[in-house]
Write a protein that binds this ligand. Structure first.
Ligand code: FES
Length: 570
């Protein structure tokens, strides 16, 4: 980038320079903090939007890391200000942290819009914080760089390497089957999360930070540096230096986030074997830029992109190994023919320039193009009479014998019903049944909780069953696995066909043909539809009422309708 603003063109100049009573007030308040006008007038003011919180272990180091960002900002001649933002902690927020992605996006957008800032460094990483912060920055359209919190170290117990989430499900299932004692379970509990940082499997956090890098919104290589590696501190400082230059250049999200950048991000998402949640977040981020990403586009890209990251849950290794193997830049060198290399990034350089010199150091972890983990098609978008607006399945995570399967439905009307009955010895279910969960979608959950990996009934677990077809309008953790059909749209809460399914109805899943059908005659369905009664919402006030009233369906990204740039005025 060559153009450079004059100091008087900076946005913050309008707050701090004028010789009027407002300018006087603004200056006096920064002097109250111990600064002098030369510190902040005519210099880019950089907001460090920090989602640090003591309740968020994935971001435990971000308070300290903000100091490294500030160091970089000062070195480059900017003026840093740390701005706390709403923290979303995947582990603790119930019923679903997804409820709060849109709230964080509004928090970030309004902070950037209302404060005297010329640029922003966005600090997050735990699942929803990446899309939330980016959605806010896109809408505010202020020069911004995303700084991923970085993955935590590998888990360790009893000489075994443990992966976040993936091993939680595995060991919990073993315990359910009576194959793990309490003492061993406590050992796993103490060894599975050993440092600050986000989940170190290829769950939603690692997927979304890779997506942020592929979009061009992080500095090259930033997405996979372990949280406590000293290189993470260096990256924080470099990010601080670079955002100052970006403020002078006025390089905004709208200059970077083009349709081609989003196609690059989907391509990388497929090549890393990313979380299904990324689909919803990518659709939502693109819609903030008035870019439409139809669900079949994900399928189309998936069908020609090999999975190269040998990372759990699809593969063997963890994000720490991925970093030592060369990180995302190394992986991207293998798919350059599938990427638009001319896309501009926050570095001020193109994707091609950012990849110069990158290479794979361990091809067991990052596979060569000639030796992929999966040749293509890790993910499938399904449509049919049960999901007219689409549904998603991570095909590679499903037992192959379920790729074409027809079985009778076992229906749970909501999560509580499922919890109450799934382990009941009298439940009529066998390994060919199709478990169906209703009432878990964007409005029904509300917030589409990650209930999509429905538990296998205990009596089947005890018989050695470890996978079966499960269908819901919920999401699924990126670290989970199984033949789980997710994101069924429209959801059951608004009367989608999922609401009409009854026990014993045959359901057909056909992944090769991308079909999901409820095999019930249309006349019978019309009768059920006429009898269907919309649930009465439990919440009538506050944020949850706002959420239910405005959240869009999964195929539209679950954003609030009024946050779309194309939304009609309220
Ligand atoms: Fe934060 Fe998994 S709990 S990324």
């Amino acid at each position: 980038m060559t153009s450079r603003k004059k100091p008087e063109d900076l946005r913050s100049y309008r707050w701090f320079a004028p010789d009027n009573i407002r300018g006087f007030t603004h200056r006096s308040r920064l002097r109250q903090l111990g600064f002098v006008p030369e510190d902040f007038t005519g210099r880019p003011v950089v907001a460090i939007v920090n989602t640090w919180s003591e309740i968020n272990p994935c971001h435990a180091h971000l308070r300290e890391r903000a100091e490294a960002v500030k160091r970089g900002v000062w070195q480059a001649g900017g003026f840093p200000v740390e701005v706390p933002a709403f923290t979303i902690t995947e582990t603790y927020m119930k019923p679903s942290p997804m409820l709060y992605r849109n709230l964080l996006s509004m928090d970030a957008e309004e902070a950037l819009r209302s404060l005297p800032v010329d640029g922003a460094v966005l600090m997050g990483g735990c699942d929803k914080t990446t899309p939330g912060l980016l959605m806010g920055a896109i809408s505010a359209n202020v020069p911004s760089i995303y700084l991923p919190a970085g993955p935590m170290l590998r888990g360790n117990w009893d000489g075994k390497i443990l992966g976040s989430g993936t091993d939680t499900w595995k060991f919990w299932m073993e315990r359910g089957a009576g194959q793990l004692c309490d003492a061993d379970l406590r050992g796993v509990e103490g060894g599975i999360a050993r440092s600050p940082g986000f989940c170190m499997t290829m769950g939603t956090a690692s997927t979304m930070t890779a997506v942020a890098e592929a979009l061009g919104m992080t500095l090259p290589g930033a997405s996979s540096i372990p949280a406590i590696d000293s290189n993470h501190v260096h990256m924080a400082m470099e990010t601080g230096r670079r955002i100052v230059a970006m403020a002078w250049e006025e390089l905004k999200p709208e200059d970077i986030l083009t349709p081609a950048a989003f196609r690059n991000a989907i391509t990388v998402d497929m090549a890393i074997g990313g979380s299904t949640n990324a689909i919803i977040h990518l659709v939502a981020m693109a819609r903030r830029r008035a870019i439409h990403l139809p669900l079949p586009l994900f399928d189309e890209i998936s069908s020609r992109v090999p999975v190269l990251a040998n990372i759990r849950p699809s593969g063997e290794f963890l994000m720490e190994d991925f970093y030592y193997a060369g990180g995302l830049r190394a992986l991207m060198t293998q798919i350059t023919d599938l990427l638009d290399l001319n896309c501009l990034t926050v570095s001020g350089k193109t994707v091609a320039e950012n990849l110069e010199g990158a290479r794979i150091f361990n091809s067991a972890v990052i596979r060569d193009r000639a030796n992929p983990l999966i040749a293509s098609g890790g993910l499938a978008i399904l449509q049919g009479s049960l999901a007219p607006d689409g549904a998603v399945i991570k095909a590679v995570a499903a037992d192959r014998r379920f790729w074409k399967h027809t079985g009778p439905a076992v229906v749970f009307k909501d999560f509580e019903d499922m919890e109450a009955r799934v382990n009941d010895d009298n439940l009529v279910v066998d390994e060919n049944s199709v478990l169906v969960l209703q009432g878990a979608g964007p409005q029904g959950g509300p917030g589409m909780p990650e209930w999509g990996m429905l538990p296998i009934p205990r009596k089947l677990l005890e018989r050695g069953v470890r996978d079966m077809v499960r269908i819901s309008d919920a999401r699924m953790s990126g670290t989970a696995y199984g033949a789980c059909v997710l994101h069924v749209a429209p959801e059951s809460y608004v009367g989608g066909p999922l609401a009409l399914v009854r026990d014993g109805d045959p359901i057909s899943l056909d992944i090769p043909h991308r079909k999901l059908d409820l095999l019930v005659p249309e006349a019978e369905l019309a009768q059920r539809r006429a009898e269907w009664i919309r649930p009465v919402p439990k919440e009538t006030r506050g944020y949850l009422a706002l959420y239910r009233g405005h959240v869009t369906q999964a195929d539209r990204g679950c954003d609030f309708d009024f946050l779309s740039p194309l939304a009609p005025a309220l």
